[in-house]
Design a protein around this ligand. Structure first.
Ligand SMILES: [Zn+2]
Length: 271
């Protein structure tokens, strides 16, 4: 599943290729993804200029003259910018056409993605309005985490993965950030000191920034007209490495389900 760093990488690729272009229209080959594709999408888009490609959590916001396209990649979706003459392949459900002959093509085998159109402020859309701050926003601090943690007994890993608290900390990044912070993923949220939360907030930002930086090197793949973009191969410290030695102390890494998700940790380094 594309996580926030992948979506940010896609956003940068789209912004550099598509901002300023004018839509010719759209072709939909499917009635709906996770939600129905807007009726009359072709007519809605025709003649609209794409001003900016923004991101909120894992939603891409394509700002146009008369409204905003809200796009989510779901579990398996990916976008390519291709020439209009390239015939659509399997699961190429949507084409957004530009007047220079280029097409933004949305492939989504599992159809958990979505494409919506709104003329209102997209930040106020029901899907977006309840989301927590962006991890790189000034509002996301260790003090914010510590304040929200007070009295909570949920495992800290479930706490930081809650999109109402902060967006973009998916399972991989939660595991990695907790390892680097020395915090056990099952530790009760309310029983972690302010100092440790200050460090955790910094580390969450660092881990996500590293992944975004790694993604920059795959931007070329993103525009490739054949095949999927390679979601970047990150060098992960604990995720998926149960049974391997801890990169810090050599103790065997463990895996347990915590808060319903696979959790990888070192029981010696994390407490
Ligand atoms: Zn260790």
């Amino acid at each position: 599943m594309p996580e926030l760093p992948e979506v940010e990488t896609v956003r940068r690729g789209l912004a550099s290729r598509l901002e300023g272009k004018t839509f010719l229209g759209a072709v939909s080959r499917v009635a709906g993804l996770r939600l129905p594709v807007p009726a009359g999408l072709h007519d809605l888009l025709a003649g609209q200029r794409l001003h900016a490609v923004e991101r909120r959590a894992k939603y891409l916001l394509l700002r146009c003259d008369g409204g905003t396209l809200i796009l989510h990649l779901g579990m398996s979706g990916y976008l390519r910018v291709v020439d209009r003459d390239l015939p659509p392949g399997r699961h190429d459900h949507l084409d957004l056409l530009f007047d220079d002959g280029q097409v933004l093509r949305f492939n989504d085998a599992r159809r958990f993605g979505l494409l919506l159109w709104t003329t209102a402020d997209p930040q106020e859309h029901p899907l977006l309005v309840g989301l927590g701050p962006e991890p790189f926003a000034g509002a996301f601090t260790g003090d914010y985490l510590h304040e929200r943690a007070r009295g909570r007994t949920v495992p800290v890993k479930a706490f930081i993965m809650d999109q109402r608290l902060v967006v973009g900390v998916g399972n991989i990044y939660a595991n990695e950030a907790l390892f680097l912070s020395g915090i056990h993923p099952a530790r009760a949220t309310g029983r972690i000191s302010r100092d440790r939360y200050l460090r955790l907030a910094d580390i969450i930002r660092t881990v996500l920034a590293e992944a975004i930086a790694a993604g920059g090197t795959t931007l070329r793949d993103f525009s490739d007209s054949d095949g999927k973009p390679g979601y970047f191969a990150l060098s992960l410290r604990v995720y998926g490495r149960e049974g391997e030695p801890c990169p810090r102390c050599g103790h065997t890494l463990r895996q347990e389900r915590i808060g319903g998700r696979s959790s990888f940790f070192c029981s010696r380094c994390q407490h």
